[in-house]
Design a protein around this ligand. Structure first.
Ligand SMILES: [Zn+2]
Ligand SMILES: [Zn+2]
Length: 223
């Protein structure tokens, strides 16, 4: 049903011919892909080792990964997904993410858990943007997704404009994760990773619930 809206084999960005997904090779290549990043926090950098801030203070998750820098046109696409129900964009972004994830040499997680929205926010928006993106790449990579394992039990104000310390306070004990993650290698998915506070708080809850290896994934990372 959704496919009818996608012009067949036309790039959604430039209108040129496209062979595989809805984006031609030229447009796909010109996206702000992250080539090299800190394995601890996914911050783009030009070497593979942990960055100085991760060396000083390890994060509550075991590894972090993001496909893109939060930059044009990915930034606008995420905005569409988040605020204008851009489900086609979500699917496209998820497929791009799958391409990049599929090339990693690391083992893939047993379970992908999108960062949950509080039920009030979910009712207002009608959907969870992280779940929309996760559904797309988990389908492509045949990964398991569990959108109910984690819950946001506190309605927290938006993080925009808050300092790192304020973000931490804002999100303290905001999540619970149930025991189905126990003993598992999981990946938590957020649409955008800014300071990593949201993913860190969710990771703490997942650790309490017994997850053994926790990766923090984001579609895009604020450099
Ligand atoms: Zn194109
Ligand atoms: Zn780092």
């Amino acid at each position: 049903m959704v496919d009818n809206f996608w012009p067949a084999r036309r790039c959604v960005y430039c209108g040129g011919l496209s062979s595989k997904i809805a984006l031609c090779e030229g447009c796909a290549a010109s996206l702000p892909w992250i080539d090299e990043a800190c394995p601890g926090c996914a911050r783009p950098q030009n070497f593979k080792a942990l960055c100085s801030s991760c060396l000083k203070k390890p994060r509550p998750f075991d590894a972090a990964w993001a496909a893109f820098r939060l930059d044009a046109p990915v930034q606008q696409a995420i905005h569409d997904v988040k605020y204008h129900a851009g489900f086609l964009q979500a699917r496209l972004l998820g497929e791009l993410m799958a391409q990049k994830l599929g090339r990693r040499a690391l083992p893939l997680p047993e379970l992908v858990i999108p960062v949950p929205l509080h039920r009030n926010r979910l009712m207002l928006r009608g959907y969870n943007q992280s779940l929309e993106i996760a559904q797309s790449f988990t389908r492509t990579l045949a990964l398991k997704i569990d959108a109910n394992a984690a819950k946001r039990i506190r309605a927290t104000p938006d993080q925009i404009g808050l300092s790192a310390a304020q973000r931490r306070r804002n999100l303290h004990n905001a999540f619970t994760v149930d025991a189905r993650v126990a003993g598992k290698h999981i990946a938590l998915l957020d649409d955008v990773m800014t300071t990593g506070t949201t993913l860190a708080e969710l990771a703490r809850a997942a650790r309490k619930a017994g997850a053994v290896r926790i990766e923090a994934w984001a579609l895009a990372r604020v450099p």
